[in-house]
Design a protein around this ligand. Structure first.
Ligand SMILES: Nc1ncnc2c1ncn2[C@@H]1O[C@H](COP(=O)(O)OP(=O)(O)OP(=O)(O)O)[C@@H](O)[C@H]1O
Ligand SMILES: [Mg+2]
Length: 170
């Protein structure tokens, strides 16, 4: 990962895949062109599921099934904002990374979700929202959001505000 410091962080736990998906969908609704969501977490922690939620929130039609793009590396879906879903699991070295021409996507006009984002190291954009997923139990995950730039801090603050409101109402 980069060694910069987040402007803002937020931690939540979810108790089911549905809760994770709905949290991601809520975030997806807030995403704008150029936003980058960097997903970090072990195999099976929920990165693809989270990306599916983002896609819903971005308005990717339901008939597009978001699978892990492990073999394609990059998948593109139409939505309110174009959605690029990347999976860097199989990228083993820097030469392969540079061949992908990621810059155009990372600094382009779509919203981007990257599984195994830590593989980008210092090439991760400064302006990004990191989402770290950890196992707490079979159906329980700890999800930590870290906003590393003004834009992502704004998205995260809005997301936190939304959940605060929901909790106050219930
Ligand atoms: N609270 C939860 N949040 C997210 N996923 C959960 C939760 N509870 C159970 N799961 C299950 O964990 C699995 C997560 O799989 P997913 O493919 O999203 O992981 P991944 O991080 O993308 O793995 P990989 O590294 O192989 O790409 C799914 O089968 C999902 O149903
Ligand atoms: Mg995955």
């Amino acid at each position: 990962m980069r060694d910069d410091k987040p402007l803002c962080t937020w931690e939540r736990s979810t108790k089911s895949p549905e809760q994770t998906q709905s949290l991601a969908e809520q975030l997806g609704r807030l995403l704008q062109p150029g936003d980058v969501v960097a997903l970090v977490g072990e195999l099976g922690s929920g990165k693809t599921l989270f990306s599916q939620g983002l896609a819903r929130g971005l308005g990717v039609p339901k008939n597009f099934y978001i699978t892990s793009p492990t073999f394609a590396i990059i998948n593109e879906y139409p939505g309110r904002v174009p959605f690029y879903h990347l999976d860097l699991y199989r990228v083993s070295n820097r030469a392969e990374l540079s061949e992908l021409g990621l810059e155009e996507i990372l600094y382009g006009l779509g919203a981007v979700a990257i599984e195994w984002a830590e593989r980008l190291g210092q090439d991760l954009p400064v302006e990004r929202l990191e989402v770290h997923l950890k196992f707490l139990g079979e159906e329980e995950r700890d999800i930590t959001f870290l906003a590393f730039g003004d834009k992502s801090a704004k998205r995260l603050t809005t997301l936190m505000g939304f959940y605060k409101e929901v909790m106050e109402k219930s």
